[in-house]
Design a binder for this molecule. Sequence first.
Ligand SMILES: Cc1ncc(COP(=O)(O)O)c(C=O)c1O
Length: 373
Amino acid sequence: MSLRYTAPTEVRPEMQDFVAYTPGLTIDEIRERYCLERVIKLASNENPLGTSPLVQKAICEQAAMAFRYPRGGLKVAEAIARHHGVTAEQIVVGNGSDELIDLLIRVKAVPGVHNVLGFKPCFNMYPVLAKLCGATFRQVPLNEDFSFPWEAMTAMADENTALIFVTTPDNPSGFCPPVEAIMNFAATLPAGTFLVVDEAYMDFSDDEKKHSVLPHLAQLPNVGVLRTFSKSFGLAGIRLGYAVLPPSLAAAVRKARSPFSVNLLAEAAGVAALQDKEFRRETLRVTREGRSFLSMELKKIGFTVYPSQANFIMVKPPRSIAANTLYTALLERGIIVRQLKSGYDLPDFLRITIGTHDENICLTQAVKEILHA
Ligand SMILES: Cc1ncc(COP(=O)(O)O)c(C=O)c1O
């Protein structure tokens, strides 16, 4: 393959058949398309309670400082380190954990040489960003019940495997293995391979201690954790995520990051979100109760509901209706759920974010109406 460009607008070969990440539909798009007054969005795993009042106040207080450059998220990194009982040098904050996925790939994977591994299906940003970096992305199919085939993943790793991404609880299934399984898996990896455990949804699990690898990182030199403020902290629109890494890798990622990617408002919002314990407690309570409620209600009417420890459930509708038909019928009623056809290649499944109790009831009622129509 010639690498010489023949036109000034020609782009890298990786970009020629590049498929971008497809985000969920927005409330405004659906409101306009179907002329609806109320739209319920249960598609992007956002916080059902909205934005914490403490966070809103902190953002307003910082508004007058918007003319200043930010400080690279130093203050929020220190607050996160205290929150988890780790050192600040282990923390790298980013413009959402998406930025940290990108940076980890760029600092570890040499384009054209290294490979990056993930399960299939997996959170689509891993393959999208690996491809953009010029690294091969290899995937190991999940077991039929969406549990993790650890041995197959170990077998797929070789001396050119720079990174492995594992999401737990997993997106889109909600599957969450015991922490011992992850620790045992980490011990099987080649010397140069770093395991990234993406715990974006970990705090929604019934028992974090049983599942999270974060408290064990001191014993695991080849493992790091990704977390985000987009879910239980309710800051998806602010863009703030973080990685907990061995200090030398954290320093490399920090060097590669654009210096102002965590802006002034994000930093203030993150510090306030960590302080608002009541908002977070309530978020976790509403989500866990809603998860049980929705799972039970949908099972009663013939859905296959996969056990989830996240703030969403993955479901397969009863045989009488195709996932796609149900998805469109829900949209027409102003309820947005996530189709899993694009990105995940699961056309027969839907992913539903846990909403408020009222939203969960609206969803189950709408589903019942559609099934009986
Ligand atoms: C598994 C997983 N990791 C990371 C992210 C990205 O989070 P952020 O909003 O911090 O970029 C998401 C978002 O949906 C996710 O599902």
